[in-house]
Design a protein. Structure first.
Ligand code: ZN
Ligand code: ZN
Length: 217
């Protein structure tokens, strides 16, 4: 995969929130993983980070309340876990930020079946949002659903199509309350994605709805 094949990128809002450390860990992981695959977003993130640094430097020259530095440091210590800045892509399927969560590459992933050949592996992140790897067999679909919050879906291998577009390796789909979709994997190859959600999905079908509490989707 070359980076110019990526057509679906992070929004400015997500990049800014990431560089400010304001995202739930699961979203932070999705952003870091996309950035590790995408030169364009890495450059945009770099711009936000130097902007943030400049703001901080200016702020230091302004008189601060005696305890404000301590309070800031405490906030940094107690805040959401920070996902390490993106490292260069490894040789396997999983980019470096993900390998740290899986404890290796794809062969270390502990998949659980969610039905219809689709498998998932929930990654260990803080519980304010959920990150999962999804395995969608070639030609198979994720049951159609809506969203109660934000869903980031980053393609790691293969591709899927939904009502909005086709997403290939490195592409990130951003869904919200307004989107109802049914992602379908391309016929040619099994699709592996990283999906991050901050609220349960809305399924139309009865079976997925019954399974929902067990699958944490
Ligand atoms: Zn990008
Ligand atoms: Zn969705």
């Amino acid at each position: 995969m070359t980076t110019h094949d990526i057509n679906h990128h992070l929004t400015d809002k997500l990049l800014m929130a990431y560089s400010a450390g304001a995202l739930p860990e699961a979203f932070s992981l999705a952003v870091a993983t996309h950035v590790s695959m995408c030169d364009e977003c890495r450059a945009r993130l770099g711009a936000y980070e130097s902007l943030g640094g400049a703001v901080l430097e200016r702020a230091e020259t302004v008189a601060m309340a005696p305890d404000s530095l301590g309070a800031t440091m405490a906030r940094i210590r107690d805040g959401a876990p920070v996902v390490e800045p993106p490292a260069p892509r490894t040789r396997g399927v999983l980019p470096a930020p993900l390998c740290d969560y899986v404890g290796g590459d794809l062969d270390e992933v502990r998949w659980r079946s969610v039905g219809m050949g689709v498998k998932q592996a929930i990654l260990p992140t803080s519980r304010d949002a959920t990150a999962r790897l999804l395995f969608i067999p070639a030609g198979a679909a994720v049951p159609d659903h809506g969203h109660r919050g934000t869903e980031l879906t980053l393609v790691l291998q293969g591709a899927f199509v939904d009502e909005t577009a086709r997403y290939g390796p490195g592409d990130i789909g951003i869904a919200d309350e307004d989107l109802h979709h049914m992602p379908v994997a391309d016929i040619g190859a099994d699709c592996i994605c990283l999906a991050a959600t901050d609220a349960p999905l809305r399924f139309r079908g009865v079976i997925p709805r019954l399974a929902q509490p067990f699958l944490r989707i």
